[in-house]
Write a protein that binds this ligand. Structure first.
Ligand SMILES: [Zn+2]
Length: 263
């Protein structure tokens, strides 16, 4: 029974954080303040939202996905990000149990969700998110998980270093830009919190997710992939996979249970 309350509580907190991430996602790349104006408003007509129209998930449902004032459709992305926030919070709770480690894992995933949204929209990974996240989460990881300062440093160096070399190699061979420095900075953050094993796992998983998505996109469009797809969301997905199932997947890989693995 107690677990039921924990799950409900986490889901609600996650929904609210997801709602906040929507604001970050919308305002931060425009250089706007996160808390000024304090009220969210309709991006279409600019009318401030009443509290009852700003409740995660529910408002979207009872407004039938339209603004109360101008009836402009509300993007599906708002409830999706809110739901993702809730699902991530519950997943972290189930993985780590109630406590600091679950909060840390959720905090990292929330940062990654915000970064992914901004990367998809604007093709940037803002320092304004990465820097404060690193300053907060790296010491928190040393405090709350078995990670040592040195392991975090090694993770940051390994993650960013490998990605930087791949990006430089690609630039040399393809003579065009593949990944940006934003992705490298994102790997500094991921590596500092997850250590070098987490960083290497994240890079492998991201490459796998990225190539799968790229092939799907090529199949659907029926021609070669010319437009660069943002890599931040795949790195984020890779790191989330490590957080929720990394050690188990590494074990499966070592035991040769995953097809194609050398064993
Ligand atoms: Zn409106």
């Amino acid at each position: 029974m107690e677990m039921f309350w924990w799950i409900s509580f986490s889901f609600l907190v996650g929904l609210c954080i997801g709602s906040f991430l929507n604001v970050v996602n919308h305002r931060l790349p425009m250089g706007q303040s996160i808390n000024d104006p304090p009220r969210s408003m309709c991006p279409h007509c600019g009318e401030p939202l009443a509290a009852r129209d700003n409740i995660p998930l529910l408002s979207y449902l009872w407004l039938r996905a339209r603004c109360r004032h101008c009836h402009a459709p509300i993007s599906r992305r708002y409830p999706i990000v809110e739901l993702l926030g809730g699902a991530m919070a519950v997943a972290c709770l189930l993985r780590f149990g109630p406590g600091g480690q679950a909060v840390l894992a959720f905090a990292l995933m929330a940062v990654l969700l915000a970064v992914s949204g901004i990367d998809i929209d604007h093709r940037i990974i803002p320092d304004r998110v990465i820097l404060p996240a690193g300053v907060l989460l790296y010491p928190a990881a040393v405090l709350l998980t078995p990670l040592t300062w040195g392991q975090g440093l090694a993770g940051a160096l390994a993650g960013a270093g490998i990605l930087y070399l791949v990006a430089a190699g690609y630039r040399l061979l393809a003579r065009r830009e593949g990944m940006g420095m934003g992705d490298v900075k994102l790997m500094v953050l991921i590596g500092a919190v997850l250590g070098w094993q987490g960083a290497v796992f994240t890079l492998f998983a991201a490459a796998l997710y990225g190539t799968s998505a790229g092939m799907l996109a090529m199949l659907r469009s029926g021609r070669g992939l010319k437009t660069a797809i943002p890599f931040g969301p795949f790195l984020s997905l890779g790191a989330a996979t490590y957080l929720l199932a990394g050690p188990e997947l590494i074990l499966c890989y070592r035991q040769g249970l995953i097809p194609g693995a050398g064993g």
